[in-house]
Design a binder for this molecule. Structure first.
Ligand code: C2E
Ligand code: MG
Ligand code: MG
Length: 741
């Protein structure tokens, strides 16, 4: 029996224990009679309609029956459940309910549990007020629901708004630390003041309640806020009395900002608000971090990592806008610069990539100093930069900038212990009515830049249409050139070389032509460099040598003149072929041509390259018996001093010097000097490009022995040459009157 137990045998102790609970508790027997009530029940401290007018000895089931009005149904249910538990159909029951008869909504919970002690069975009825708990939950739910679907900037607006509603406070704001500006400053991301969103603002943390929060501590000031922080004038403006603030901490523990609520009234239930703020501070920190990552990604997509300059993509957007403006109003002229560092590869290769990177950053900084704030400087990649210069009135403004850039790069860059000098080649394209894409603009500036490179670097060039046509043609040519040899599109023409004493034909120079299916003859000056670049010069060169040797041997036999010679132009790559000598030997064997009939024409520039190996090849060619002609003499390095040390037989005086001999016979000093020098070195000379009788006469005066030129014959196909030879036999007497008879 429960009365007999040690604990219950002391009714005072039992009652005191019972009274210690803040919940209202009643003990009933199986029939519903109230056996005991605690003090909270007696006072009805939670204001429950189910606890009114109850005293020990009453039957609780009867009391339930007396309840009418809105809670009648609840009272019936409670009575039913008490009966069920008394009959051991169940052991417990619990229900929440609200009580609206007060000013404030009251959330209550009633729990009924079976109590057994031996044969005795009773019921414990417990009633609790859960209003605060429910309010917190509702607040949380309303803030969660209010902010769940929102991201980005709107999230913070939504958060402060819902927090003020849920926590019944007048002010709420969330901030972000302004580390780049100053670690002591923050800026609000959203601010709710009473009825509206306030303007975002920046402020210094010193002497404010926020100072400790940003330091990492949660803070709750329930009242007297202005007295505690007398130097914080913002608190006066807000008429602030109480404050709760929590820091926004990211996943790695860094404080990003803080979340604050402020009220004009004291805030006694601060701990609940603090708990709620903490939850949302975590969510806000995650959102802030997400935004930062998003911002960084967006930044990375548009900016170059190394220099932090706009990248090609962003530049393209700017160019697009500039084009649009120009389309609407032709006065909005602009220029695009394409810059490429000269010799950057050298820095990278010799000093390493780190130094290369440092140089690029340094260049970016210097370039910036040359520009106006409105100009756009971008890095296109590698050592390429671009500039968009808007609102220019004249070409002059662009060329002046190019000059400024050139000058700014004149002083050296200090890369660690290294001092590096560099320069840029610049191509400039201007806004033009026909251009409608950023790509086209950049391409034009790029083409002009290539011209600047080709013309010797450290300079700028302006784009014009002819440049574009040149590039397009070259591209087409490159494609067509690929298969030209297989398709047999090359032809050899021969230009006679005559004695300037009597007009006798001493030999020929073989000149190759490319018969392009659409364009007709393409000049060797156009395609030989291409053949060099692509390496096609090697098979093409052999083809020429073979053709030429067969042809010359045939003519030697036909004209019964084995002293006829043939000049063949040999390019750099062909000359440095290791198999040159062997292949020549083989050709001589198969064609039956004597080596001395072949005159290999090489240029001065070829001789300047790799002198050791070059000298060896020249020596071997001489040993083979070939004659060596120095072509275009005077246009190259013209270092006369090295001539005597070379195994050269003939100097071919470049056409430009012959051309300079005008009708008055002036400007002929160079030709005269070359001829004198050749004589003193024991070399023969052939004058190229003789077109007039004046030139011929002058050359004869200077005792130049051989010549070639349109005056005698243009380069001709083999089959036209017989006709020419017959014709020449008839007319040469008119040129060489004194000597031919
Ligand atoms: P080059 O070896 O100096 O050839 C002489 C060039 O002057 C030829 O131009 C010829 O047609 C031109 N010419 C001759 N007489 C006159 C004249 O009286 N007036 C004018 N205005 N020009 C004259 P072409 O055939 O266009 O060849 C240009 C250059 O291309 C040659 O200069 C040579 O360096 C190169 N080349 C030609 N054929 C070959 C070849 O088979 N192999 C290699 N590697 N280069 C070649
Ligand atoms: Mg030549
Ligand atoms: Mg020449």
């Amino acid at each position: 029996m429960w009365q007999k137990s040690t604990f219950w045998s002391n009714p005072q102790l039992f009652q005191a224990t019972f009274d210690a609970f803040s919940s209202q508790i009643a003990l009933l027997d199986r029939a519903g009679e109230i056996i005991a009530l605690n003090q909270a029940w007696k006072n009805n401290s939670i204001n429950s309609c189910l606890a009114k007018n109850t005293k020990i000895g009453d039957n609780y089931l009867s009391i339930c029956k007396t309840i009418v009005g809105s809670q009648q149904k609840l009272a019936d249910l409670i009575a039913t459940e008490i009966r069920a538990i008394a009959n051991s159909e169940k052991t417990e029951f619990e229900i929440d309910y609200t009580d609206d008869h007060l000013d404030q909504k009251n959330w209550l919970v009633i729990q009924i549990r079976q109590v057994k002690q031996g044969d005795w069975l009773g019921l414990l009825v417990v009633q609790k007020n859960i209003t605060q708990y429910m309010q917190t939950e509702l607040s949380l739910r309303s803030v969660v629901e209010g902010t769940a679907a929102v991201t980005g900037k709107d999230f913070f607006y939504s958060l402060v708004y819902h927090l003020t509603c849920a926590l019944s406070v007048q002010y709420a704001f969330v901030t972000e630390c302004l580390e780049e500006v100053s670690p002591e400053r923050v800026c609000t991301l959203a601010f709710w003041r009473k009825q509206n969103f306030g303007q975002n603002f920046e402020y210094s943390l010193a002497n404010t309640p926020c100072e400790r929060v940003i330091g990492g501590t949660t803070c709750h000031y329930p009242r007297n806020l202005q007295q505690i922080f007398p130097q914080d004038y913002d608190l006066i403006k807000l008429n602030a009395e109480s404050y709760v603030g929590v820091p926004l901490v990211n996943s790695s523990g860094k404080i990003l900002g803080h979340l604050v609520v402020i009220d004009e009234r004291p805030m006694e239930d601060g701990s609940t608000k603090l708990a709620i703020l903490k939850i949302f501070a975590a969510r806000a920190a995650a959102e802030l971090e997400r935004q930062k990552v998003e911002k960084q990604l967006a930044h990375d997509a548009l900016y170059d990592r190394l220099t932090d300059l706009p990248n090609r993509h962003l530049l393209s957007n700017h160019l697009h806008r500039a084009l649009e403006k120009y389309r609407r109003d032709r006065n909005h002229q602009f220029a695009v610069f394409f810059l490429d560092l000269d010799r950057f590869k050298y820095v990278n290769d010799s000093l390493g990539h780190k130094s290369g990177d440092l140089l690029l950053v340094g260049i970016a900084q210097r370039l910036k100093t040359c520009l106006r704030a409105s100009d756009i400087l971008a890095r296109l990649g590698g050592d390429e930069f671009a500039i968009l210069l808007e609102n220019i009135q004249t070409l002059n403004e662009a060329t002046k900038l190019a000059e400024r850039i050139k000058q700014s790069l004149e002083s050296p860059f200090h890369l660690g212990i290294h001092e590096v000098f560099t320069s840029v080649s610049i191509g400039i394209a201007f806004s033009e009515p026909g251009i409608d894409s950023p790509e086209e603009l950049l391409r034009n500036a790029d083409i002009a830049m290539y011209k600047a490179k080709a013309l010797g670097k450290t300079r700028y060039e302006l784009f014009d249409d002819t440049l574009h046509i040149q590039v397009v043609n070259r591209l087409r040519l490159e494609t067509d050139f690929h298969h030209s040899l297989d398709r047999g599109e090359f032809r050899l023409h021969y230009q006679p070389i005559v004695s300037l004493i009597d007009g006798r034909v001493t030999g020929f120079e073989a000149l190759v032509r490319w018969q392009h299916p659409q364009r007709g003859y393409v000049s060797p000056e156009e395609f030989i460099p291409l053949a060099e670049e692509t390496g096609m010069i090697i098979p093409l060169g052999w083809w020429i040598l073979q053709e030429v040797c067969y042809q010359l041997r045939e003519w030697q036999i036909r004209f019964n003149n084995s002293s006829l010679t043939m000049g063949v132009n040999i390019s750099q790559k062909q000359f440095s072929q290791p198999r040159l000598i062997d292949s020549l030997l083989q050709i001589f064997q198969t064609t039956g041509l004597e080596a001395q009939s072949l005159q290999l024409e090489i240029t001065e520039s070829l001789l300047m390259e790799n002198t050791q190996a070059t000298m060896e090849t020249l020596r071997q060619l001489k040993a083979l018996g070939c004659k060596l002609h120095l072509d275009d003499f005077g246009t190259g390095y013209s270092s006369l001093s090295y001539l005597h040390s070379l195994p050269i037989d003939v100097l071919k005086i470049d056409r430009s010097f012959v051309e300079a001999i005008d009708s008055e016979g002036n400007n002929s000093q160079i030709v005269e000097a070359i001829l004198m020098m050749a004589k003193s070195l024991g070399l023969k000379a052939i004058a190229e490009g003789i077109e007039t009788e004046t030139q011929l006469a002058k050359l004869q005066t200077f005792q130049c022995l051989y010549g070639q030129g349109y005056l005698f014959a243009k380069p001709l196909e083999a089959r036209s040459l017989s006709t020419w030879l017959n014709h020449w036999a008839d007319c040469r007497s008119s040129f060489f009157a004194s000597t031919t008879r």
